[in-house]
Design a protein around this ligand. Structure first.
Ligand SMILES: CC(C)(COP(=O)(O)OP(=O)(O)OC[C@H]1O[C@@H](n2cnc3c(N)ncnc32)[C@H](O)[C@@H]1O)[C@@H](O)C(=O)NCCC(=O)NCCS
Ligand SMILES: Nc1ncnc2c1ncn2[C@@H]1O[C@H](COP(=O)(O)OP(=O)(O)OP(=O)(O)O)[C@@H](O)[C@H]1O
Length: 199
């Protein structure tokens, strides 16, 4: 098994790279998706979030109101760290289970773990290789505004709450330049796959 940590700032194109690698045969594990699973109604993490941030972060049906919680944590660093302290242990546990399942199914599996906060959590995982998808903050803000309808100031706040480009590049074994065309990104993902699968 090879465990590849794939990170990058918000809207850098991590999921695009992960999807391409999955098409070529990798097992993709997505930390954002797991972070959603661990706060589903009935989970201990959701109960702790409601206790910490109040019932205002819940929808009428008891599910997490992501916009309400996002508004709190991306404008107040201590709240964001409190949320991380609640969710990250559960994300770590479930992610590790997914890696283990993939290894049991195929001992030669190449697992691509798409994780936005890798710089903050890298030491928790035994990565064989760290890949950083890198695009300028300006490009990422434009994508968030144009493709996801996010307000520019919200996009800037999220970027500020994450590790800097320098911090991410400092831990990278491989950098994928995601600032250019989509084809250029996909070509680099294909080259990475060749490297991973030709010993
Ligand atoms: C605050 C929440 C409810 C906002 O939900 P929303 O649907 O608006 O965003 P979503 O979860 O799709 O995340 C989108 C992007 O925001 C960034 N982001 C999310 N959480 C964080 C965080 N705690 N710190 C910095 N950036 C973050 C990431 O780049 C992520 O890809 C949600 O992001 C959350 O529960 N975050 C805590 C869990 C976490 O750290 N997830 C990141 C991967 S482990
Ligand atoms: N050169 C490029 N490389 C990657 N994505 C690109 C490129 N040009 C445009 N895009 C677009 O930018 C967006 C990047 O989104 P993607 O979900 O891949 O990023 P992400 O890093 O996973 O985001 P998040 O941190 O929010 O999960 C997609 O809509 C993609 O089509």
């Amino acid at each position: 098994m090879q465990l590849i940590g794939l990170t990058g700032g918000i809207a850098s194109g991590k999921s695009t790279v992960a999807r391409r690698l999955a098409e070529r045969g990798a097992v993709a594990v997505d930390a954002d998706q797991i972070a959603r699973e661990v706060v589903e109604p009935g989970t201990p993490a959701l109960a702790e979030i409601a206790q910490t941030f109040g019932d205002g972060v819940l929808n009428a049906d008891g599910s997490l109101n992501r916009a309400a919680l996002g508004a709190i944590v991306f404008s107040d660093e201590s709240s964001r760290l409190r949320l991380n302290a609640i969710t990250h242990p559960a994300v770590l546990r479930r992610s590790t289970e997914r890696f283990e399942e993939a290894r049991r199914a195929n001992p030669d599996a190449v697992i691509v773990y798409d994780v936005p906060l890798l710089v903050e959590t890298a030491n928790a995982y035994p990565f064989d290789l760290i890949v950083v998808a890198h695009a300028d903050a300006e490009t990422r803000i434009r994508r968030l505004v144009e493709l996801r309808g996010m307000a520019a100031d919200e996009a800037t706040r999220r970027i500020r709450s994450q590790a800097s480009d320098e911090e991410r590049l400092a831990v990278a074994d491989v950098v994928i330049d995601t600032d250019g065309s989509l084809e250029h990104t996909l070509e680099q993902a294909d080259a990475l796959w060749e490297r991973l699968t030709t010993a």
